[in-house]
Design a protein around this ligand. Structure first.
Ligand SMILES: NC(=O)c1ccc[n+]([C@@H]2O[C@H](COP(=O)([O-])OP(=O)(O)OC[C@H]3O[C@@H](n4cnc5c(N)ncnc54)[C@H](O)[C@@H]3O)[C@@H](O)[C@H]2O)c1
Length: 369
């Protein structure tokens, strides 16, 4: 067994998991190796993957052995990808330790790393991080989410997980039909207890979100559904905006879930501009994001740079931009090539500026070294 552990998870928890895994798989204690990863989006890279693969080799894992991921979404994605590729695939167990990885990343078998491409100094619109561009579908054999481990999670990281919960509420009717209606209100009612870190409220939140995501994934395990059916792609609501934010703003400054929450507001504003939803959805979405303790605006820099970053998203097929946009309070669908001015309206709603990419305002995008 190789345990790939998040440096953010306390030593005691890491030791306990190593012990438990040794017991579960009936391996001698000395056959449980540990590899610790300090997770950052920059470090969610092919290089880190290689370190994990080398740890697999040093631990002499064979096809019957097991990789255990113990950590947030980054560690889960990298360890899962290592399990997918080492010796063409080992079984793996995912033990998510952040709220985001419990409610989202640990369900569905997507694994992978980011791809860093060089920034072109002559093109202010170029950027250097292609999120989750290399990866594989590789379902874990088991997912163990122990909500007690969230106690040590910094507030900012905890709240970021709520961004994905807001997203799930916003597609609930599309996924569950009639039963999904009213999910925004149900989430809003649950949020005070969750933010107060009440164990029962958190457990209920995790259970509902895992069930929703599992339902989506079961119906479309490899994201092959047609645009009309939506399928797994619906989970990308807010993500094309969110990924562009993460790609252009230094990853250390914005959490993935916070970027998604901003993306949800931008998606709602784009829908309003296209006339897909009634006026009022943007304000309602802002209110829900605020109730989750998340920011509703950020200093994002010029729209032109963000638009160009969106063009590199994985959801672009054959050069056409496919955006998941709300069509109701709890419903969404894929829109192909939405009007640029409507997308720009989305960016404006969360604080992006109309300044030219070459303007001084471009300097507001924190540069990466
Ligand atoms: N595979 C999927 O389907 C999927 C879905 C959503 C997101 N993701 C990916 O997940 C990543 C984001 O995951 P995340 O939000 O968990 O962030 P993360 O993995 O960066 O973890 C956030 C921080 O929390 C620390 N940490 C983890 N557990 C802790 C604990 N119990 N106590 C204290 N600190 C702890 C980590 O060390 C890190 O500093 C992104 O890279 C995103 O692309 C994947």
């Amino acid at each position: 067994v190789l345990v790939v552990a998040d440096a953010g998870v306390a030593d005691a928890a890491r030791g306990a998991v190593a012990e438990e895994m040794g017991r579960l798989v009936d391996a001698a204690r000395d056959r449980v190796a540990m590899h610790v990863v300090s997770p950052t989006e920059q470090g969610k890279s092919l290089e880190t993957l290689q370190h994990v693969l080398l740890a697999c080799a040093r631990a002499r894992l064979d096809r019957g052995d097991l990789v255990v991921a113990l950590g947030g979404g980054i560690v889960g994605d990298v360890a899962g990808f290592a399990a997918a590729t080492y010796r063409r695939g080992l079984r793996w167990v995912n033990c998510p330790t952040t709220l985001l990885s419990m409610v989202d990343a640990s369900v569905g078998g997507k694994t992978g790393v980011n791809l860093a491409i060089g920034k072109d100094p002559r093109d202010p619109g170029s950027f250097d991080l292609l999120k989750n561009m290399v990866g594989a579908f590789h379902q874990p054999t088991l997912v163990v989410a122990d909500c007690d481990v969230l106690a040590s999670l910094p507030e900012r990281v905890f709240r970021a997980g709520l961004g994905e919960c807001v997203k799930h509420a916003m597609i609930a009717e599309s996924v569950l039909g009639e039963g999904g209606r009213g999910e925004r209100a149900r989430l809003e009612a649950r949020l005070p207890g969750v933010l107060a870190r009440e164990a029962g409220a958190i457990a209920d939140l995790v259970a509902w979100n895992v069930a929703l995501k599992a339902r989506v994934v079961e119906g479309d395990p490899f994201e092959e559904a047609s645009d009309e059916a939506g399928g797994r792609a619906l989970l990308n609501l807010g993500h094309t905006f969110g990924h562009a934010i993460e790609a252009t703003v230094d990853g250390g400054l914005i959490e993935h879930g916070q970027a998604v929450a901003l993306g949800l507001i931008a998606a709602a504003a784009t829908s309003e501009a296209l006339g897909l939803v009634d006026r009022g959805l943007v304000e309602e979405t802002r209110r829900l994001v605020r109730a989750a303790g998340l920011e509703t605006r950020a200093a994002l820099g010029p729209i032109s740079i963000l638009m160009s970053a969106m063009g590199h998203d994985k959801k672009v097929i054959g050069g056409r931009r496919r955006l998941v946009l709300p069509t109701g309070r709890e419903a969404a669908r894929i829109v192909v090539d939405p009007r640029e001015d409507a997308v720009a309206e989305g960016w404006r709603a969360i604080g992006a500026s109309d300044a030219d990419a070459g303007d001084e305002a471009a300097l507001r995008v924190p540069a990466r070294g």
